[in-house]
Design a protein around this ligand. Structure first.
Ligand code: AMP
Length: 428
């Protein structure tokens, strides 16, 4: 048992896994570019109030999972690690006067989030998300665009069976009356409610629809649905979102009990699941419209929509499908030498090739040439550059380890020849 271990609920992403994450981050960045979202960074922590106000006190994320940090100062400020990016992005949007920019302002953040939750499969205390936010557009067209971008992410990642569950959760005009109806309904079954849900009846009745307690399943199924009680404007908005999705060829499933866990959402709400894995814990990502958030965090009233896609669960899902998540890169060439002690020449040739953009390894162990070559073959290098007496007049031996051939190459041509060989052999 090692003395020190990564904290519970966190993971070291070892190189092979890190490569899988990097690939997903690459897809996210490429999609952000294609859809016009500009990448930015926000701090890993904020004043806790940004989350308490922005996410809502009566949510799991704030109530139970907020990862509070206590710096060693007399400072009365209270801080927390970010549990999601939207609140921080909107805080930055307001702080930097982005309301003056032509709307929508489309922003993208990729990075780790923190929730002090009970760790389990697919649920970590540090996990990675791609968040995309389109701020300043009331939709409905942009709602369909952002859903389509999410689905495209999963497709390009290698999960073509992901589908979107869609709902509308109304707005300030129609939701209050619905919440009353919902409260009355659940109050009528109060004895059946688990303690947490009973408490939520007053603070956040919508959350009862999101309850993971099996005792709630039947009650939720027959609860009144927001979708049947949308005001005219919300109903028209939702119809139009669906028309746009149809036009894009995006199929979706209506899910009237889908609510987002965070308070600031309005109208369009959606989640991404793999087909057949629609369990509560299995969402790969989710998002929705949050028309009230900018104002809540001190800006002018501004409509907005976005999503947060979890990268960890995509990596897990890809592993389940048996897909090769990443290729471990082997070097194109290993630089070996007839004189085991001459590490200077090997390092200089390696440095020269690296400056030309090639991926090579210099053998720096003072071993016999035969052993050096053996190691190069074992690590699947395509070539060995062998440094011998010929170096005196500017030549090295280039050995193709796969083909078993070898010839003399002027040092001045080496980078060009290797680059050409890399292209024709599709190395790696
Ligand atoms: P949420 O902000 O809760 O809607 O989460 C959006 C997505 O982030 C989820 O669908 C998950 O893929 C991912 N996610 C949320 N919490 C965790 C967690 N504790 N561990 C791993 N992934 C998470």
């Amino acid at each position: 048992m090692p003395t020190y271990r990564a904290p519970r609920g966190t993971r070291d992403l070892l190189p092979e896994t890190r490569a899988g994450f990097s690939r997903l981050e690459g897809i996210a960045r490429s999609l952000a570019l294609r859809y016009g979202y500009r990448e930015m960074e926000i701090p890993l922590f904020e004043q806790a109030a940004v989350f308490e106000r922005g996410i809502g006190e009566a949510t799991d994320v704030v109530e139970k999972e907020l990862f509070r940090i206590a710096p060693r100062t007399e400072d009365s400020e209270s801080w927390a690690l970010r549990p999601e990016a939207t609140a921080g992005i909107v805080r930055a949007y307001v702080q930097h006067g982005m309301q003056a920019l032509p709307p929508p302002v489309k922003l993208s953040v990729v990075g780790p989030m923190f929730r002090y939750d009970r760790p389990q499969a697919g649920r970590y205390r540090q996990f990675w998300q791609w968040s995309a936010e389109a701020i300043g557009d009331p939709g409905p067209a942009v709602d369909a665009e952002v859903v389509e971008m999410g689905l495209r992410f999963y497709k390009e990642a290698g999960l073509p069976d992901v589908q979107v569950l869609l709902n509308s959760i109304g707005d300030a005009a129609c939701r209050p009356a619905y919440l009353e109806t919902l409260k009355t309904y659940f109050s009528g079954h109060e004895a059946q409610l688990p303690a947490l849900d009973r408490r939520r009846l007053d603070t956040n009745p919508l959350r009862l629809l999101d309850s993971k307690d099996p005792a709630m399943t039947a009650l939720i199924a027959s609860a009144p649905k927001m979708i049947d009680r949308l005001c005219e404007a919300c109903a028209a908005h939702f119809t139009s979102v669906r028309v746009h999705l149809d036009a894009l060829g995006v199929s979706y499933r209506l899910e009237p009990t889908l609510v987002r866990g965070l308070d600031y959402y309005a109208r369009t709400a959606y989640e991404f699941y793999r087909q057949g894995a629609e369990g509560q814990q299995q969402a790969l990502g989710g998002g929705g419209r949050y028309d009230g958030l900018v104002e809540l965090l001190g800006g002018r009233p501004t409509p907005a929509i976005g999503f947060a896609l979890g990268l960890d669960r995509v990596v897990l899902a890809l592993a389940e499908t048996g897909a090769t998540v990443s290729h471990e890169a082997s070097p194109l060439a290993v630089i070996v030498g007839a004189d085991p002690a001459d590490t200077v020449s090997r390092l200089r040739v390696a440095s020269l090739l690296r400056s030309e953009g090639l991926s090579v390894r210099a053998e720096l162990a003072p071993r016999k040439l035969g052993r050096q070559l053996e190691t190069a073959s074992k690590e699947q290098a395509h070539f060995a550059v062998i440094i011998g007496d010929e170096l005196a007049d500017g030549h090295v031996q280039l050995k193709d380890l796969k083909a078993g051939t070898q010839h003399l190459v002027p040092l001045a041509d080496l980078a060009r020849d290797l680059a050409r060989a890399e292209k024709t052999h599709h190395h790696g």
